[in-house]
Design a protein around this ligand. Structure first.
Ligand code: FMN
Length: 436
């Protein structure tokens, strides 16, 4: 027996287990309390390890962490949790959802380590908030099992890695990375973005490093971190085919054909506004790759259902809609257009009703799944798209205002589904009621 009789294995185990559950529960009420409780749980867990191993612990807890045989990375994470917990205890700062989640994640990793070493099997019953109640959101799309039906929309999320500190990328259905073209593009000159009353106008002009750099430098970095959907654009049908072929590699989950960029002449919109051209591009891409092909539709058409039907007949595996609506702003002091490109694409809250209407119309005429997007900023916004017939949704402009918004939407969507008495998001798809 050691002299530390306060370290009774059973007592410490109980307190450690309870502290984990409390930290987890506190996440939903106060991030500061959550961070404090994570620290308490880490301390309790470390003491429990010493008790279990019947080892004399060093006096100070930092040294105790160093002595339990963790790898440096995990030990550093636990030191971080303790530091954050101390700051919370001394009211030195207010913690955000992301910071609280990071602490919980670190604790979770520690618990998994304990599980694997001592066979205690804590993990399944704790830490629900790290995965949300994601059983409610789990779904299948394009042959992939997805943790949530929530995607990040192309051009608003970089290559995903930029958001690594803000979101759990593995919790997203996938990231539609910034549009890739055959050759690098520097994009449009002049002002490229301007805020509008409920959204933004952009005319980036498909700036990107080109497919070669994407394949050699970027994809290897990101492919294990998320489902990578590569958005591509070309100035000819053959370009789309070549891109689809080049991207038929490990690490690419699907290809999204951008036939709807309104900001450059050769950005695909010529194909997205003509049924025949849209079908040809789709067919060409499909024949050039074994990857699922998603076709991204433009709202800048009179009847979107015609284009949707045409690309479905040409073999599209899924449709995504909508891209931005063509818009323009004039500076009344200079009498000049605000944007360098004169016109730009309108996105954000203002376009949501148009997007919901188009998803609803398209859902009635196609059988392939629809990824709905346009102005989604909350779980309620997302729910509208599912009710209209979308099988998944993507968040775009809202990421600029709140980089972790996709996680909040996932959490809130679970709550919404539970409130509706539903067991899975699939039960919501297309359930709009038509009677008054
Ligand atoms: C700054 C910016 C850049 C975009 N770049 C692309 C792009 O490269 N390819 C593409 O298909 N869509 C692009 N989009 C369109 C978005 O993916 C999305 O379809 C559209 O913005 C509507 O969704 P939102 O209102 O949630 O942003 C871009 C949008 C914005 C705001």
């Amino acid at each position: 027996m050691n002299n530390f009789s306060f370290l009774s294995t059973r007592k410490e185990y109980r307190s450690f287990s309870k502290d984990c559950t409390d930290a987890e529960a506190a996440y939903h009420t106060s991030y500061d309390s959550c961070v404090k409780l994570v620290r308490t749980a880490v301390d309790a867990a470390v003491k429990w390890i010493y008790a279990t191993e019947n080892k004399l612990p060093p006096e100070n807890l930092s040294d105790m962490i160093a002595g339990v045989g963790l790898n440096k990375n995990l030990a550093d994470k636990l030191h971080h949790c303790r530091k954050a917990g101390n700051a919370a205890i001394h009211n030195e700062k207010e913690f955000s959802a992301i910071e609280a989640q990071e602490c919980l994640k670190n604790l979770f990793e520690f618990v998994q380590w304990i599980d694997s070493r001592y066979g205690k099997n804590f993990s399944p019953r704790t830490f629900k908030s790290l995965t949300g109640d994601d059983d409610l959101l789990q779904t299948e799309l394009l042959g992939m099992k997805l943790p949530t039906p929530i995607f990040a929309a192309s051009g608003t999320f970089g290559f995903g890695e930029e958001f690594d500190n803000f979101v759990d990328l593995k919790r997203l259905g996938g990231v539609m990375v910034k549009c890739i073209t055959l050759k690098p593009r520097r994009g449009n000159d002049g002002v490229r973005i301007t805020e509008t009353p409920s959204g933004m106008l952009n005319c980036i002009g498909l700036e990107n490093p080109g497919v070669e750099t994407f394949l050699t430098k970027i994809l290897p970095r990101i492919k294990d971190k998320m489902n990578v959907i590569v958005n591509v654009s070309g100035s000819s049908i053959e370009d789309y085919g070549e891109l689809a072929q080049l991207l038929d590699v490990d690490g690419v989950a699907a290809i999204e054909l951008n036939i709807s960029c309104p900001n450059v002449k050769d950005g695909g919109i010529i194909f997205g506004t003509d049924e025949r051209q849209a079908a040809l591009v789709t067919d060409w891409a499909k024949c050039s790759t074994s990857k699922p092909v998603i076709v991204k539709l433009s709202p800048n058409v009179t009847d979107i259902t015609k284009i949707a039907r045409a690309v479905e007949s040409a073999g599209a595996d899924a449709l995504s809609l909508i891209n931005t609506l063509m818009g323009m702003e004039i500076n009344v002091h200079t009498w000049r257009p605000t944007l360098g490109n004169i016109t730009g694409g309108l996105s954000g809250g203002a376009i949501k009703p148009v997007a919901v209407r188009m998803v609803w119309q398209v859902a009635q005429v196609v059988n392939v799944p629809i990824i709905g997007m346009g102005g989604i900023r909350s779980a309620e916004d997302a729910a509208e798209f599912f009710l209209a017939g979308a099988s998944a949704i993507a968040v775009g402009t809202a990421n600029f205002a709140e980089p972790s918004i996709t996680m909040k939407i996932a959490d809130d969507l679970s709550k919404y589904l539970r409130g509706c008495g539903l067991k899975n998001i699939r039960e919501l798809i297309g359930k709009i009621k038509r009677d008054a």
